[in-house]
Write a protein of this length. Sequence first.
Length: 527
Amino acid sequence: MEHKRIYILLPLIIGVAMFCGFYIARFTGMSANNSADSKDKLTALMELLETEYVDSVSRNEIIESIIPFVLEKLDPHSSYIVPEDYNEIQDPIRGSFEGIGVQFNVKNDTIVIMQIISGGPSEKVNIKAGDRIVTINDSVVAGIGITNDNVVKLLKGPKGTKVKVGIRRGKQTKLLDFVITRDKIPFNSIDAAYMIEPKTGYIKISRFAATTPEEYSEHITKLRSQGMTRIIIDLRENGGGVLGSAIFLANEFLHKKDVIVYTQGKAHAPQYYHADGKGTCQDLAVAVLINEYSASASEIFAGAIQDNDRGIIVGRRSFGKGLVNRDFMFADSSMVRLTIQKFYSPSGRCIQKPYSDKKSDYANELIERYAHGEMQIKDSIHFPDSLIYKTKGGKTVYGGGGIMPEFFVPIDTSGYSELYSDLIQQSIIYDFAFEWSDSHRAKLSTYKQLSQFESYVKTQQLWNSLLTYAYSKNIQASRTDILVSKHRIESQLYAYIARNIFGESEFYMIINRDDSTIRKALQELNK
């Protein structure tokens, strides 16, 4: 019976093979006629789909779906950027965009203007913080479920174009109409710059943009005039940006001929970047703050300072993004961002951490750091001897991806409780601060000094009001949680209110007072 089944199936198998062989021969023959190099499988497949596939196909749609798939197989940072996303990605890098010059938030389904950018188009027509945008170009935008992204698309536009907005101000019932001429708006990369101690300046750089050198120089001049001889450069959560801006910043501190960074790739010989000796901060003692979200350009600067023994690095191991990307644009304004080289610190350390074909492993690497205790205990990090490098002065540093600080500071969990967690996760502190500062804006805006502002705010019994607000959102507070978390919660509350009224610098002036990494940096600088 078994033999009979074989005899019956054999002609069928041979027939199917002959049928498939005809198409295979035709397919390979087509490639052979054109040579394997001139017409590869992908090109041949596209021709087959267009000529032989049962249904009509869009060549462009197929190509658009293939490109991201191919790039995903290369490394974690090569990517495909469609035309409509180009400006959104480039604006933070350029350090500017074209719009009306306001910072806004959508609260209770209404666009609320939080800050007016000084010298911008909105300030020129007398739009004020606290105004509500009800209409844009005569279309109602309040109460329709509008999102932040939609607001940006409506308000941004080419320089010189106009947009009409209908504003509700205070208790006035009649809308105020304004026609705003869009202009170039600065997108600051430095969030805060102030004297944190009598001789110590503090600068928070959120990203490296094309405008960072100009911003930095302006702030440095101001801080020096206030007696600065030491400086803290805070690069925590700074994901990188423009390579030239990181090189500029390192050049400010390093001495002539010091190596800042070098790059190398398959198609590119090593290229070294050296300090020119003209930096304006060569006399300043410097501490650089990094953490697990400091990446790319941030790591280049931190590595240059560390490997040249120029300052101290404080915090936790940085992310480990050391791939050089170059943008290649197509005719339709879509773009491939392709990795072409790797970054190496002056001692020869490759900044890029290992990556494999599994993108999930790379994406979850920070979670793994938490899991094995790296965020809490320095000794949980083990480096093999093969990853040991030496700084210019002979100190031991480690490779393997990222920059490891000399002074490790674990994550600060003091003040954490179930109450604090609930308030943060549900954005209660932020929302309450917004509503309270918005309703007291007229009074708060009369204070020009942060100390005067804080004195007033602390008399307003905000703690009890916040708890009442939290209860209305079904959040309960135990006596133990209050004892543990009250100071941390109040500090954040005051900082958020200050941000709504003054801006980012005042936010950091308050929030940094309890920052354990800053305390460690100050302690080491003072030595």
